[in-house]
Design a protein around this ligand. Structure first.
Ligand SMILES: *[C@@H]1O[C@H](CO)[C@@H](O)[C@H](O)[C@H]1NC(C)=O
Ligand SMILES: *[C@@H]1O[C@H](CO)[C@@H](O)[C@H](O)[C@H]1NC(C)=O
Ligand SMILES: *[C@@H]1O[C@H](CO)[C@@H](O)[C@H](O)[C@H]1NC(C)=O
Ligand SMILES: *[C@@H]1O[C@H](CO)[C@@H](O)[C@H](O)[C@H]1NC(C)=O
Ligand SMILES: *[C@@H]1O[C@H](CO)[C@@H](O)[C@H](O)[C@H]1NC(C)=O
Ligand SMILES: *[C@@H]1O[C@H](CO)[C@@H](O)[C@H](O)[C@H]1NC(C)=O
Ligand SMILES: *[C@@H]1O[C@H](CO)[C@@H](O)[C@H](O)[C@H]1NC(C)=O
Ligand SMILES: CC(=O)N[C@H]1CO[C@H](CO)[C@@H](O)[C@@H]1O
Length: 827
């Protein structure tokens, strides 16, 4: 009776609790249905741990202003459960706060629980302790793994349910994802892989989230999973079930960077082309990977060798500034697509092939017809006649005609300004004052000279098995005795030969450095070999292995070994093995003393008295710490620290890691493209490369929220050798902009919140050249474009120009060619 009453009371309370606005999410074969209505969803990936909670509202606001409907993120298991059953959802890992920020902005969320994260993230998002659980096999039909995956997935689902973050409970989450791109790598897992993916689907469905589940790149995804597409282009993709809408979960807006690699760039024209083609061919949900890439703080990068910057050439740059023209050019596309949402999701589709790689696709309802005209030819512009009108469709572009008569958007005609990024020393227009450094050496003697680790084994152990990835560093040490008359002592050809999968290997013999080597990005194993002199009595070989991001992609990637895999041998002439040390007693020590024991980077370190003043400070020395103090750069613009001159290591500001650095690693000289890059033709990550022969990253993001208003500390651990005297702080903002706009368009110019301070160049007609070196062309308008723009824009934060003869006067000498306005402005 009593329980009955409570039940009835509860039921009444539930019925009469008004607040939450429930959203139903379902789908048919055409689109997602939000409250029963077909919708177009434009989404963008922002990974919460790659920026700070202080940055989230601004990033999400800019995404919304850029025309997005949704934010997509992975959930990063190893960030949340660094030690088994010890969870972290604080600071940058505060997933719930991130989702609430999305909700406050009025956007939807797509939650990719994974828990595998294909995001160039350390070890694909799996905690390394998982690898060390007895009997585990990762990402396959294995009970130990599946139990852990289910525990974590359930934890995340319960958290978002508790906070009412799923759409049916009034929250922003409209889609959830299980696994990720398993289809690309599943063959080697055989039948166990198939059983695993079916289990994933069942386990997900049993979570009862109330919104659809997706699996990307999984053509055999079982119903009700929607299989989706990832790639540079997805217009040829068809889901595996007629009831599944065509969804593009990762449209790569650019590409990630590797230490030693080159700068990737994907043009705004080509990203827009790919998106327009997707919607032309019936796509209805599309996500940019990435919309904001951000920063791999600490040791979170995947690898080996993914850089600290995860800028991705995304529409919002690493620091959250607009990457123009990409952001603006896509914003215009989003506005057009949204304006024809109804006809795109409900209209009848007809395709007309006009030949020469030109196709017209018409979406038609009883009310309206909208057209896409694409020209897939990679070199020839096409002039076509359609509906009694002539249109020029540039090569590799799509025009959108919301009424099938007037082109309002073409993917190759960029009317958005290109920002010129300025780096301002200390945030002010004056020379930075030199920083003063203190220093101390890393204490390697205990291992390199002392020859002592913590525990011994008669075998070379794989690094992850020993460290659980609690540090990048692992010492491998062995000792052996030689009699006075040992032939090794008189062998002039004696070499130490080490087969190694250490990303970086430092070799010490009897306390002296013998050499170091690092793995190439293409290979995971190499042989270190160098002449060595031994002594009679005790000899000590100490090998320090360092990881630079654990592998994160491929079949069985989790089993890729790191560390000293062996054999370790003393060899003579022609490689003759004179002594095999592989099964000697090796002792191990995880971490470095200054880093993992003394915490020299921390302001709370108990070892502050170890620092020495700059007098006699060594430079270009391995295994050394540098420390300086600095005032925060003026203003509120994003801050970077320029570490040019440094070798390789890790940097901390006020005790917070801003990531690994490696400016001494320069790329080779081949394979770069002369700018401007040709957007025409299939893009891939080897196209449009720049920055050959240079370090991939010299500037490191220091989020404003890491800084105090008075005195801050910067600590560098330098592993390979560098010179800190050139290190300096800068702020990053738009310093100017260039724009090209065709006649008949409106051109918006701005300095991202600052007044426009001058017009460097302006010409309406047939201007020549590229941003930074524009020149007047063969024809020009009667009135001086520069003075018109000066009047309209200078001193203002924003100006809008009608690019026409009405504004600039007749340009009759141009004939009937489409006229263009070129502008360079100063911020
Ligand atoms: C690594 O993690 C596993 C699983 O939690 C644990 O059993 C093991 O003791 C850890 N090893 C080290 C060296 O911390
Ligand atoms: C364009 O048309 C040519 C000739 O019909 C064909 O060979 C080519 O594959 C087409 N190109 C594209 C990008 O569709
Ligand atoms: C482009 O168009 C030209 C002219 O119609 C044709 O000859 C050529 O095959 C096309 N090329 C490609 C790559 O589509
Ligand atoms: C379209 O182009 C054709 C061939 O260049 C020309 O004959 C025709 O007059 C044009 N039609 C319109 C409406 O401009
Ligand atoms: C990496 O490649 C470069 C250039 O090919 C070569 O000089 C270097 O020895 C290689 N390093 C390793 C560790 O294999
Ligand atoms: C040692 O490393 C090389 C690559 O440098 C590899 O080809 C070879 O198979 C390895 N040898 C052994 C015995 O593991
Ligand atoms: C360097 O050390 C000196 C002497 O201990 C100290 O006064 C100074 O503040 C230190 N400077 C930095 C940048 O830590
Ligand atoms: C994972 C994935 O979708 N990869 C595709 C990315 O796009 C390139 C170029 O279209 C394809 O070759 C890949 O298969």
């Amino acid at each position: 009776m009593k329980t009955h009453m409570i039940f009835i009371l509860l039921a009444i309370v539930t019925i009469f609790t008004p607040s939450i606005l429930s959203t139903t999410v379902s789908h048919d074969g055409r689109a997602l249905l939000i409250n029963g209505e077909r919708k177009i969803i434009l989404s963008g990936s922002i990974h919460y741990p790659r920026s700070t909670p202080e940055m989230w509202p601004d990033l999400i606001r800019k995404a919304k202003e850029g025309g997005l409907d949704a934010i997509e993120t992975y959930v990063f298991w190893n960030a949340h459960e660094p030690v088994r059953r010890q969870y972290d959802f604080t600071g940058r890992n505060d997933l719930i706060r991130f989702l609430k920020t999305i909700k406050q902005a009025g956007l939807y969320a797509i939650l990719r629980i994974g828990p595998y994260a294909c995001a160039e993230w350390n070890y694909g998002g799996f905690p390394v302790w998982l690898h060390n659980l007895p009997g585990i096999q990762i990402r396959t039909d294995n009970k130990v793994f599946m139990d852990e995956m289910q525990t974590f997935t359930t934890l995340i689902v319960d958290m978002v349910k508790k906070e009412n973050l799923l759409a049916p409970e009034g929250g922003p989450i409209i889609l959830t994802q299980i696994e990720n791109e398993y289809g690309n790598i599943m063959d080697p897992y055989g039948d166990a892989g198939k059983r695993y993916i079916n289990w994933c689907a069942k386990m997900a469905v049993a979570q009862n989230v109330g919104v659809p589940w997706i699996m990307c790149q999984q053509s055999d995804a079982p119903q009700p999973m929607i299989n989706t597409c990832n790639g540079w282009y997805c217009h040829d993709f068809t889901p595996n079930n007629p009831n599944s809408p065509k969804i593009w979960t990762e449209n790569w807006t650019g590409w990630f960077k590797n230490w030693g690699g080159k700068l990737p760039h994907r043009t705004a024209e080509d990203v827009a082309y790919a998106v327009a083609r997707f919607f032309q061919t019936g796509g209805t949900v599309q996500n940019y990977y990435m919309y904001h890439g951000g920063t791999n703080f600490g040791r979170t990068t995947g690898g080996p060798y993914i850089t600290t910057s995860y800028d991705y050439d995304a529409p919002l740059d690493e620091y959250g500034n607009l990457n123009q023209p990409k952001w603006g050019h896509l914003k215009e596309l989003h506005a057009v697509l949204h304006s024809i949402e109804k006809v795109l999701t409900y209209g009848d589709i007809t395709k007309t092939d006009l030949g020469n790689n030109v196709t017209v696709t018409t979406y038609k309802t009883s009310v309206i017809s909208s057209c896409f005209i694409n020209n897939d030819n990679t070199s020839n512009d096409a002039t076509i006649t359609y509906n009694g009108k002539n249109f020029t469709i540039p090569a590799w572009s799509v025009s959108i005609l919301p009424d099938c008569k007037n082109e309002v958007y073409n993917t190759a005609k960029v009317n958005t300004q290109t920002n010129i990024v300025a780096k301002i020393p200390n945030g002010a227009k004056k020379e930075p004052s030199a920083l003063t450094w203190n220093w101390t050496r890393e204490r390697i003697g205990k291992f390199a000279k002392g020859g002592k680790g913590d525990f011994a084994m008669d075998v070379l152990l794989e690094q992850k098995a020993v460290t659980n990835d609690s540090s990048d560093y692992l010492w491998y040490i062995t000792t052996f005795h030689l009699e006075k008359n040992d032939p090794l002592l008189s062998n002039g050809d004696l070499k130490l030969n080490i087969n190694s999968s250490a990303h970086v290997l430092h070799v010490y013999v009897n306390g002296h450095e013998l050499g170091y080597e690092y793995v190439n990005t293409s290979a995971y194993v190499y042989t270190f070999e160098k002449k060595v002199n031994l002594r009679s009595g005790k000899n000590i070989i100490a090998l320090l292995s360092a990881t630079v991001g654990l592998k994160n992609y491929g079949s069985f990637y989790d089993l890729t070994p790191v560390g000293i895999t062996g054999p370790v041998k003393l060899v003579g002439k022609q490689g003759a093995v004179l002594k095999d040390l592989s099964n000697h007693a090796w002792t191990y020590h995880t971490g470095l003393e200054g880093l993992d024991h003394d915490h020299l980077y921390s302001e709370k370190s108990l070892y502050v008295n170890k620092w020495r003043t700059s007098h006699g400070m060594p430079i270009n020395t391995r295994m050394i710490w540098y420390k300086t103090t600095f005032k925060p750069p003026l203003g509120t613009d994003p801050v970077v620290v320029d570490l040019s001159g440094m070798g390789k290591g890790e940097a901390w500001v006020n005790g917070l890691s801003i990531g690994r650095y490696w400016p001494s690693y320069v790329s080779d000289n081949d394979g770069c493209t002369l700018e401007p890059c040709n957007y025409r033709g299939q893009y891939d990550n080897n196209k449009c490369l720049t920055n050959c022969g240079k370090p991939i990253q010299t500037e490191y993001h220091v989020p404003r929220s890491f800084l105090r208003s008075d005195v801050n500390t910067l600590v560098l651990f330098e592993e390979l050798g560098g010179n800190p005297t050139g290190v300096n702080f800068k702020t990053v903002r738009a310093g100017g902009a260039c724009a090209n706009a065709y006649e008949g368009n409106l051109l918006a110019l701005s300095c991202e919140g600052r007044p426009i301070s001058g017009i460097k160049f302006a010409s309406f007609g047939a201007p020549q050249g590229v941003c930074g070196s524009f020149e007047k062309g063969s024809c020009e308008s009667a009135n001086d474009a520069k003075s018109i723009l000066t009047k309209a824009c200078v001193g203002k934060e924003f100006c809008l120009l009608d690019v026409s003869e009405k504004t600039f006067g007749a340009a009759s000498s141009c004939g009937d060619k489409t006229k263009r306005l070129a502008v360079e402005l100063v911020c």
